[in-house]
Write a protein that binds this ligand. Structure first.
Ligand code: SF4
Length: 430
């Protein structure tokens, strides 16, 4: 059958979509980009915050419209189903099959049974990204229980995947020519604790560094788990890029405590200083929540001062999203939506200035760039990423010109000539 895949939400979801695609491909199905030509559409939903839930519902309804066309089945899986299966079954009769995250262990059978397919022979790796960059999911679930977050309710306790299994997965990715390996989990730095009784991300890095990847990148690090052993491994492993994605959420001690986050402002400053002392040009990325219940104007101001002091290279910020069954649901007083939006705007204006001046430091420098696209009209124009840009679309790109024909997935050297808040612009150095 011809199958269309829509993967919403974070890259952890993308990995689950990839898994479903591998099973489907092994059963003889093929994939199409255009939903109009699909006989089956599989939507992997996100249920993290209200905007994501709305996007998931809108997408389901939008895809259901194709049922007047060629589409025979609509399958919906992922976080939204895990959280609201009963309600969705009642409200969305257009959907033929719902699959919760709890059922992922049996995903292959569920899909095959439903699609009445042949027996699976050999599983090949299918990338929902592309062949040069891939995600390696090292754990499922989360045990941190941040007060605003529904993920532990949806994805359950943290479960590390055995090192041997991860090496096997990484080898398959190496074989198909992946050059950039991105390590993900809800909390990558916790890796190993549940399975081995100790943190083992550093051990995993030493193993992966022996393989034929050019870049290894770690995403979603929990600040208080970034220990000396891990920093040492990152410094020793030449393929591991000095990229630190550390979601901190806030900087005021009272709010951090209320959020049920471990550590305080002083600890955060110490971690950042340690990283900056040990690594040359480290990239620091974070995420922030503004307007958490009870956040005062002074506490927000303290957050702004902290942002100015640290000068994060990349920063994503969101207003607090009220999620039922989370610890913060009943916390009062709530910050008015209007006030939260104003705070967000203020914070992003400050960050834009910081990002612009951080980017300006690249002018005149030459960067290694992984090429990911070529302009359809102007063939001399390419787009790629340096080690400073993760592949999840948040960090911006390097756009450059070249007179050569460059293959997607190649590494080239680019001299940076100008910048804006998001992107760097330059020319290939030949
Ligand atoms: S670390 Fe906190 S915010 Fe991240 S998934 Fe776990 S509970 Fe949610």
């Amino acid at each position: 059958m011809k199958i269309g895949i829509v993967s919403l939400g974070c890259c952890k979801n993308l990995v689950d979509s990839q898994k479903a695609m591998s099973f489907l491909q092994a059963s003889g199905h093929t994939f199409v980009d255009n939903p109009k030509s699909a006989e089956v559409i599989l939507i992997n939903t996100c249920g993290f915050i209200n905007d994501a839930k709305q996007e998931s519902i809108d997408t389901i309804l939008q895809m259901a419209d194709y049922k007047n066309n060629k589409l025979r089945y609509l399958i919906v899986m992922g976080c939204l189903v895990q959280r609201y299966r009963e309600e969705l079954e009642k409200e969305l009769p257009e959907v033929d099959l719902f699959i919760t995250i709890d059922e992922y262990n049996d995903l292959e059978n569920i899909l095959n049974n439903f699609l009445n397919s042949k027996t699976v022979k050999e599983k090949k790796v299918v990338l929902a990204t592309n062949n040069h960059s891939a995600y390696l999911k090292i754990a499922d679930g989360c045990s941190n229980k941040c007060a605003y977050c529904a993920i532990p309710l949806i994805r359950k306790e943290y479960r590390s995947i055995k090192i041997e299994e991860l090496i096997k997965q990484a080898k398959k990715l190496e074989e198909i020519g992946v050059k950039e390996l991105n390590i993900i989990a809800q909390d990558t730095t916790r890796y190993g604790i549940d399975l081995y009784g100790k943190y083992r991300l550093a051990d995993l890095l030493y193993e992966l560094n022996k393989m034929d990847f050019t870049w290894i990148r770690i995403l979603y690090m929990y600040p208080d788990e970034i220990n000396d052993e891990l920093l040492e491994a990152m410094a020793i492993c030449d393929k591991v890029v000095p990229y630190f994605d550390i979601p901190i959420q806030h900087a005021n001690d009272r709010i951090l405590k209320l959020m049920n986050r471990r550590g305080n402002k002083k600890n955060l400053v110490e971690i950042v200083n340690k990283i900056r002392e040990k690594f040359e040009n480290p990239i620091l990325r974070t995420t922030i929540i503004v307007g958490f219940p009870t956040e005062t104007a002074e506490e927000f101001q303290e957050l702004l001062e902290f942002i100015k002091e640290i000068r994060w290279n990349k920063l994503g910020a969101f207003t607090y999203s009220l999620e039922e069954d989370t610890a913060s649901y009943d916390m009062e007083p709530k910050v008015e939506e209007k006030v939260a939006n104003k705070r967000l705007e203020k914070l992003m204006l400050i960050q834009e200035k910081i990002a612009q001046s951080n980017n300006e430091t690249y002018v005149g420098k030459t960067l290694d760039v992984l090429v990911e696209g070529r302009d359809a009209l102007d063939k001399k124009l390419y787009q790629g990423r340096s080690y400073a840009n993760a592949p999840d679309g948040i960090d911006g790109h390097v756009r450059f010109t070249s007179s050569k024909d460059i293959e997607i997935g190649e590494f080239v050297s680019v001299k940076i000539e100008s910048v804006n808040v998001h992107d760097l612009f330059g020319k290939e150095v030949i």
